[in-house]
Design a binder for this molecule. Structure first.
Ligand SMILES: [Zn+2]
Length: 577
């Protein structure tokens, strides 16, 4: 009996506890919503702009124009600065400390400022960036001792960038090169930049396409790194006034990693860029690249067609080649003959024939001397089913590619344009006969890469109503189609604060954002009218094209990336009201 009562009691307690929990959560979310809302209201009251700092990148250099302690005491953060003009984020323009700080600022020579109102939460996010600033470490007293240590041994001690920074400051200068390589591999960096300045050498890694400051090294270390790279890459040790290229291998436990090295003289010494060639990414399947359902289905349809051209477009590093490789992987069968012309061939795919054109083979200094156009003429005579042309950048290559697409081949290639619509005027500029464009081209894909939010530290948050309204107005303009559902309402979006899993960057990995159009009579009509990019864009929109930025915003709503990232890659997300 007692037990039963006790049991009941527990149940009641649990129910009560649950009720409290629900209430607390509601209060918390209301409170949070309140915070951004309160900031908006305060901004309106003072007729100042409101800013959500979760959506804007904070520049550490600009932030540091006011020291952390001063900024925290005054409840401010510098978010923008041009010359002597500051844009300062405040939580309350009437706060006593804030006002006295601003009064003092005004007294300084030639300084002017404007204010924006932010929430307390925003301000704290800005302040957190102070701690992300790299500290210049001192190496002056370290002795030079050469130890033959294996890279794998170094690698075991490093799990993230923070470990790496610590490690670099602890070890002997001669071991630094190995640590730098190990750190880059551990953090999945694609490039290492070693740039000498007047007083120190800056070490940066490119992680997921974005350069990250690692540490500043003393000049003494720089010399050691330069000779190490030259030795490994078989470059001339005594030459320091001309650029040199080379490559070397790093042996790891199970695999080897190829590194392309490039040394360039600069005013304070030789600057080094090391590109780590990993085939990660090139093995990605079509459905792993981040295409939305609508575009995925369009591509599936296009890839079945035996002839015609598919073009990907975007700046260098936008993942165009990765996309084409995923198509090739999909189409690669013993009965299909695939030939590629690339500059350079970075990744080998089994079962296809890859030819390098136009560039010297790494480190040998010899040129193959074949242009894309020459190579393409030869390739077409080889009777392939599918041809991948690395890039169309001259009229001759454009002409032959179009001809190949019209004469029974599938042609995959890339162009340099800002967006998908830009392909039409670009081809016209390359003297392609307008009447041939529509018959030859099946689909045009424009793309950018955005970093994906770290799964371990991303969090939902409720932005101000103003932000929600702006997002909704973007959603309203997205063309509807049967294959994909576009949300009409949102309650929260996502952001990240950084954790040890993502090297405190907040992001880990990348996906593409895309816009795709296929050839329709609507677009064909525009092409024959000797079109501009904006007319082509309008026609593509009428046919249902979702723009790269819209695709990105949809991915931000899903929590795969952030609005800040979409802005970094595609420019201003919302037109300011
Ligand atoms: Zn994280």
């Amino acid at each position: 009996m007692k037990q039963v009562i006790q049991g009941l009691g527990n149940e009641e307690e649990e129910r009560e506890e649950l009720k409290n929990k629900v209430q607390n959560e509601t209060i918390r979310s209301l409170y949070h919503k309140g915070e951004e809302e309160r900031a908006t209201a305060l901004a309106n009251k003072h007729q100042l702009p409101y800013v959500d700092l979760s959506l804007v990148p904070i520049n550490s250099d600009i932030l540091n124009s006011i020291p952390k302690e001063t900024a925290q005491k005054a409840n401010i953060a510098v978010v923008y600065k041009v010359g002597k003009k500051y844009k300062i984020a405040v939580t309350d323009p009437e706060n006593y400390e804030t006002k006295s700080f601003l009064d003092n600022l005004k007294k300084e020579d030639g300084l002017s400022y404007s204010l924006v109102v932010v929430s307390r939460d925003s301000l704290k996010r800005a302040w957190a960036n102070y701690d992300k600033v790299t500290v210049t470490e001192k190496f002056e007293n370290q002795s030079v001792v050469l130890k033959k240590e294996d890279l794998t041994e170094f690698e075991t001690g490093i799990t993230n960038i923070i470990d790496l920074k610590k490690r670099i400051t602890e070890i002997n200068t001669t071991e630094i090169f190995n640590i730098i390589m190990a750190g880059a591999i551990k953090t999945k960096s694609s490039d290492i930049h070693i740039e000498p300045n007047k007083d120190y050498t800056r070490l940066r890694y490119r992680v997921d396409g974005v350069l990250q400051d690692i540490v500043n090294l003393p000049q003494k270390v720089h010399k050691i790194i330069v000779s190490r790279v030259k030795m490994l890459s078989k470059m001339k040790l005594n030459v320091s006034d001309t650029p040199q290229d080379g490559h070397f291998n790093i042996e790891l436990e199970n695999t080897g990693i190829n590194v392309r090295s490039s040394i360039l003289p600069s005013s304070f010494g030789e600057s080094i860029v090391l590109r780590i060639l990993s085939d990660e990414g090139t093995g990605l399947k079509l459905d792993e690249l981040g295409f939305n359902q609508y575009y995925l289905e369009i591509l599936e349809e296009q890839l079945i067609k035996p002839t015609g051209m598919i073009l990907t477009t975007g700046p260098t590093g936008s993942g165009k080649t990765t996309t084409l490789y995923s198509f090739i992987r999909r189409l690669n069968q013993p009965s299909v003959k695939i030939i590629t012309l690339e500059n350079p061939v970075e990744y080998r795919v089994e079962g296809i024939s890859q030819t390098e054109v136009g560039l010297s083979a790494a480190g040998t200094g010899t040129r193959t001397g074949i242009t894309f156009a020459d190579g393409l003429k030869a390739v077409v005579r080889q009777d392939p089913d599918i041809v991948m042309v690395g890039e169309i950048r001259d009229p001759e290559t454009a002409e032959i590619s179009i001809q190949a697409a019209l004469t029974g081949h599938m042609v995959l290639s890339t162009l340099h344009t800002n967006d998908a619509a830009g392909v039409i005027p670009r081809l016209l500029h390359l003297k392609v006969n307008p009447a041939l464009i529509a018959p030859a081209i099946n689909a045009v894909i424009a793309q950018r890469l955005v970093r994906t939010l770290c799964e371990h530290c991303k969090e939902e948050y409720v932005p101000a109503q103003e932000t929600i309204d702006k997002i909704k107005s973007v959603l309203k303009n997205i063309p509807r189609n049967k294959r994909m559902e576009i949300p009409t309402d949102i309650k929260f979006i996502y952001r990240s604060s950084g954790c040890s899993k993502c090297n405190f960057i907040g992001y880990s990995g990348r996906i593409g954002i895309y816009e795709i159009f296929t050839m329709t009579t609507n677009i064909e009509k525009v092409i024959l009218g000797n079109t501009s990019a904006s007319e082509a864009m309008q026609a593509a929109r009428e046919d249902g094209m979702i723009t790269m930025q819209e695709d990105g915003i949809l991915k931000a709503i899903e929590g795969r990336t952030s609005l800040e990232e979409i802005r970094r890659v595609t420019g201003e997300v919302f037109t300011t009201s």
